[in-house]
Design a protein around this ligand. Structure first.
Ligand code: FAD
Length: 534
């Protein structure tokens, strides 16, 4: 495998990025949105040798792509719904992701406890099918467990009435850091990626999209970009650009996204001191619920509530929190209380509406992605899952080629393309059970650790060097960029993140000579630390 990170990390100097943005270049592909979908598409296109620019209005992965349950999975739930093709594709992509980003993704064993005698054989047979669909891409065989083995693997599981369990394998990853790794790998391949640059309108010639206008949201400086093909990968926000495109053509369009909110709660590891995740196959509202060990904490979630407002910081509803805590209490011996919550965050799923979908019940709407090419040639992609971002990118480029917007170039180039940091002798898979630390930098860990004189320890596993590296090499512009997505402290412990924020702000001020938006971060941290009251 070619190692992308044998070279010194690229610098991400804002002034240089903006200077490139001003050059009179005609790009093959201009991508709107720097989440999993846009970044995956940028990497795929750049790896095929295309000239690519990607604009992100906020920070990379600020939207849904930093708010996942962190599972690289085929989706046991989709198997139960009979969506075999989605599961098969996702299982295949799971293997690819674990191979190409071993410092950011790892196999993880899940245990499904059974409290009724029929549950172990019933779910076990389903999970054997899951193994069968994975075929040679399987990570380990499903096992039927007795009561004692279930309690050994999940030491804090509710023992009363426990009959046994089923153990199966899936994967886990660091979503925001993978997004950054995709961005940086695409940049190494020549793509220009700019965060804090919002696309405000499209440009046309003879009724066909031929570019876009974007604005640096920190200076309000405008840029006009020309491109053969514009891809709208704006997640739950795709309809805004589609509507503009429809108006330009005099053909109003119907919204295609039915957003659905999912909430997660983070508690200390003592609630599930295990290397195994707990999976509840059927909650009282018919969903699945996970308790997943991650970076030294435990993530509990998630929910599925239709949502009309498209906020960048969606707020958890009290009933969602009550649901997660209530369901967790049924399966964990010590029930987590409101006072145990270290962080609480919500994300919006970009589910795609079909003609006969009932948007009032988002649990039923397909999790597959959709690609649409408008009359003007605007290519819109949304839906899908993080796990399948690479397959989605290939599909987007195929649509661009089928619509004659791009020349035909063979795909499959990212199947064996490791991301930045992946060329490590030994994957640091156990790292995801540790507090944050250098493990997620993979082969760049040594470089980060040796940054000149930057050896102040800001919190356990979090150093001054990580902040300086984020500013110099990882596109970070604000305190939030560092504490939410370069390291994951906001998501793990919002109060601790608020505590170190002033020092992070000082370091960023030195590095970037800009206002790193400390007050805005403290307001967001307050939201993540506050459990909504009835
Ligand atoms: C609660 C929850 C749990 C999930 N768990 C999992 C999981 O465990 N595993 C899994 O595989 N998947 C999971 N998913 C699904 C997965 O997270 C999403 O499918 C994926 O992140 C969507 O990525 P995206 O790039 O399409 O959208 P986003 O990440 O939202 O990216 C869109 C980007 O477009 C930008 N943008 C919008 N308008 C403009 C504009 N005008 N100009 C420039 N930029 C713009 C936004 O700022 C945003 O960053 C989960 C989703 C949710 C909500």
């Amino acid at each position: 495998m070619t190692a992308e990170s044998n070279v010194l990390p690229l610098k991400t100097v804002r002034a240089e990025l903006l200077e490139r943005l001003q050059e009179p270049v005609v790009y093959d592909l201009a991508i709107v949105g720097g989440g999993a979908t846009g970044l995956g598409t940028a990497l795929d296109a750049a790896a095929r040798g295309l000239k690519v620019v990607l604009l992100e209005s906020h920070d990379f992965a600020k939207g849904t792509s930093s708010r996942a349950t962190k599972l690289v999975h085929g989706g046991v739930r989709y198997l139960a719904q009979g969506n075999i093709s989605l599961v098969r594709e996702a299982l295949h992509e799971r293997t690819t992701l674990l191979r190409n980003a071993p410092h950011l993704a790892r196999p993880l064993a899940f245990v499904m406890p059974s409290y009724k005698l029929w549950e172990t054989p019933f779910y076990g047979v389903g999970l054997k099918m899951y193994d069968g669909l994975a075929g040679s891409a399987g990570l380990g065989s499903t096992e039927f467990l007795g009561r004692m083995d279930t309690m050994r693997l999940l030491p804090t599981v509710q023992g009363e009435g426990l009959k046994g369990g089923v153990k199966y394998w899936d994967g886990q990853f660091d979503d925001a850091r993978l997004a950054l790794a995709l961005a940086r790998t695409a940049a190494l391949r020549g793509a220009l990626l700019v965060n804090y640059c919002a696309v405000t309108s499209l440009t046309y010639a003879d009724g066909k999209v031929n570019g876009l206008v974007c604005e640096d949201t920190q200076t309000q400086r405008r840029f006009e970009i020309k491109a053969r093909c514009v891809v709208n990968a704006a997640g739950v926000w795709v309809d805004a650009l589609r509507e503009r495109d429809g108006l330009a053509l005099g053909r109003p369009v119907k919204p295609m996204v039915a957003p659905s909110q999912g909430v997660h709660i983070v508690v200390d590891r003592e609630f599930l001191p295990s290397d195994h995740a707990l999976m509840v196959p059927k909650t009282t509202d018919g969903r699945v619920l996970f308790a997943v060990p991650w970076l030294g904490k435990v993530i509990l979630g998630t929910t599925d509530s239709p949502k009309n407002r498209l906020d960048y910081e969606p707020e958890a509803m009290q009933k969602e929190v009550a649901f997660i805590l209530g369901e967790s209490a049924r399966y964990l011996r010590r029930a987590p209380q409101v006072s145990d919550v270290r962080s609480i965050w919500a994300g919006l799923r970009p589910l795609v509406k079909h003609q006969d979908d009932d948007a009032g019940n988002t649990k039923k709407i397909s999790r597959e992605h959709t690609v649409l090419v408008s009359r003007s040639g605007l290519v819109t992609v949304t839906g899908g899952k993080w796990t399948t971002y690479r397959a989605m990118a290939e599909d987007v480029l195929q649509h661009c080629m089928d619509a004659h917007l791009l020349p035909k170039i063979a795909g499959g180039v990212t199947v064996h393309l490791p991301v930045v940091g992946a060329d490590i002798a030994r994957p640091m898979r156990e790292g995801m059970n540790d507090p944050q630390g250098l493990h997620s930098y993979g082969s760049e860990a040594g470089f980060v650790a040796s940054l000149d004189g930057a050896d102040e320890l800001l919190a356990p596993g979090f150093t001054e060097a990580m902040v300086r590296f984020a500013a110099r090499h990882e596109y970070a512009r604000t305190v939030e960029d560092v504490l939410a997505r370069r390291v994951r402290m906001l998501f793990l412990d919002a109060r601790m993140a608020a505590g170190v924020a002033p020092r992070v702000a000082e370091i960023l001020r030195e590095e970037l000579e800009i206002d790193p938006r400390l007050d805005e971060f403290l307001a967001v941290a307050q939201q993540y630390a506050t459990v909504p009251q009835p």
